[in-house]
Structure formats: C-alpha cells, structure tokens
Design a protein around this ligand. Structure first.
Ligand code: G1P
Length: 292
C-alpha cells in the first residue's frame, strides 16, 4: 500500500527568478489555485492524504496557505460571506500535512531521504510540485496502480521531443509491457538529445521503495566521507535498476510543466481558458487578440 506522499519544495526556483525572489514557485497560481494545491488535490483524489512537505525557511507562505485560520473564517461568517469561509476552511482541511526542514547535501535525493527517516520501512510516493496534470484518472492514482501491480519502484513518464531530453531524466527501456508500462534498466539524467536512451521523460512522480532509500543512504554516507557533487533520486533509481526491477508508467493525461517561464505561462494560459466559469469569456478575449 502506498499510504504517504512526499513533496520536496526547498529548491530555489532559480529558473523563474526574479518572479520567485519572494514568492515560492509552488505558490504561483495556475488557474485559481497555487501549483502546490493542485498537487495536494491530485494526491487526495488518488486516495493519499498523508503528505510530508520537505521545505526550507524561505517557503513559509506554503505553510500559511494550508494552515487553519479560524479568525479569518469567523470574520467572513460574521459578514455573511459563508462561501468564502467554506472555501478557506476546505483548503486547510484538504489533507494531513506534516512539514520537515530539508537537511543534507544539495540535490533532490536529500528531501526524499529526510522524509524516509520519518516514514520508515514502507513504499511512498514522491511528487515534485512543478508539474500540473489534467487527467481523467489522476496521475498519482495511475502511478499507485502501477506500484500495486508490480510491487517495485515506478516512475511516471510522458513522451517527449528528443530536443527536450536535456531537461529531464530519461529512462533506458528494457521491455515494453503494454498499457504504458515499461520495464526499465536505468535512467540517464539530462542527456544531450543524441545520447537520450529513449523518447520518454521522467516527469517528477515516483513510488520509491526501501531498496531505493538504501541507495540514497549509501550515496549520502559516501558524500559525507568525500563531500562532492549532489545527491539525486535519479542516480539512486539508476543504481537500483541495475539489480532490481524498476518500472515506468506512461501517464494518460495532459501535462503542464510549470518550472520554466514559457511553460509556466502556457500552463497558466491553458488553465485560464479551461476554467469552468471564466473560460468562455477568456477564450473570446484570446481570439480577438486581447483588444478591449
Ligand atoms: C528533476 C529530475 C529529473 C526529472 C525532472 C522532472 O529535474 O532530476 O530527472 O525529469 O525533475 O520535472 P529538475 O527539473 O529538478 O532539474
């Protein structure tokens, strides 16, 4: 059973500077919600509501967004704004969220290891908070189903253009098992397009097992003996895949990567156009070129 999920958010968001100088990239709006709220809702919709956010002191706005605020709710109710009070209350009761401060070497493996020390000996999901998925079956549910079928580490994949390979972890595919499931023998982090081992991108969704955590532990111990380089989850998965089965699951849905300025604006634009209440007017505005 995958009961818990980890969302690392301590990264600096440097690709989106200076926009992210004060505002965490996870708090940028996509449609009418911050990116991280989409991620939390995706997990809850997939049956996972026990969530650890691995954060840093710079990101206190995230905690503020999900914290209960009874004074605000009371004030809203006193002035008859029950809908807004309900909406505020709903966000703070979406999930059981625990916060940890990231501590250790640079790299995205460190927050995973920090959380694993709290979670203990069980598989858990890891989602980076800069992807938003629009899917009939949420990405996290598709990933969870793949883990339940294989009982092995699984990574979420999407097809990509080869020219984008240098932005992603790219899997080495050993066997195509059908229904989007692939057996993987390794992962190459951000290869040049002509060195990409496949046309799939790892899109920041993983189910990791205690075996993968052992790899992260070993890498971190080695780092403390010789502090050099960074600790990457990709590296740990790659090493694990050499001796154990690791699977990829191609996700069915639309993927918005919000981690770069152009992709963020595309995601924002698409979400605005798809908004159930405001979409039609915004589509009309987009069609006439934004003329008043
Ligand atoms: C990270 C991972 C990479 C993955 C990507 C997905 O890279 O290291 O393997 O493909 O997320 O968003 P980052 O985007 O943090 O550079």
């Amino acid at each position: 059973m995958v009961r818990r999920a980890v969302i690392p958010v301590a990264g600096l968001g440097s690709r989106l500077l200076p926009l992210t100088r004060a505002l965490p990239k996870e708090m940028l709006p996509i449609g009418d919600k911050p990116v991280i709220e989409h991620t939390i809702r995706e997990l809850v919709d997939s049956g996972i509501d026990d969530i650890i956010i691995v954060t840093s002191g710079r990101k206190s706005l995230i905690q503020q967004h999900f914290a209960p605020d009874p004074d605000l709710e009371l004030q809203l109710r006193a002035t008859g704004k029950h809908d807004l009070a309900d909406a505020v209350g709903e966000v703070s009761s979406l999930a059981h969220i625990t916060y940890l401060h990231q501590n250790g070497p640079y790299g995205n493996g460190t927050p995973v290891l920090n959380a694993a020390r709290v979670i203990g000996d069980e598989p858990f999901m890891v989602l980076w908070a800069d992807d938003v998925f629009v899917a009939e079956v949420p990405r996290a549910r598709q990933l969870k189903a793949a883990y339940e079928a294989t009982r092995a580490p699984v990574l979420a994949l999407m097809p990509m253009e080869l020219e984008d390979a240098s932005r992603y972890g790219v899997p080495i595919v050993k066997e195509d098992l059908g229904d989007g499931r692939l057996l993987i023998s390794g992962l190459v982090e951000k290869p040049a397009p002509d060195e990409a081992p496949s046309r799939y991108a790892a899109i920041g969704g993983y189910v990791v097992t205690p075996g993968v955590i052992d790899e992260l532990e070993a890498r971190t111990r080695a780092w403390h003996r010789h502090p050099k380089g960074e600790i990457y989850l990709t590296g740990a998965l790659h090493d694990h895949a050499r001796t154990h089965p690791v699977y990829g699951q191609v996700i069915d849905g639309t993927w918005w990567d919000t981690g770069s300025p152009l992709n963020y604006l595309k995601a924002q634009f698409a979400a605005a156009l798809a908004h159930p209440a405001y979409g039609p007017e915004l589509r009309a505005l987009a069609q006439d070129g934004g003329a008043p």
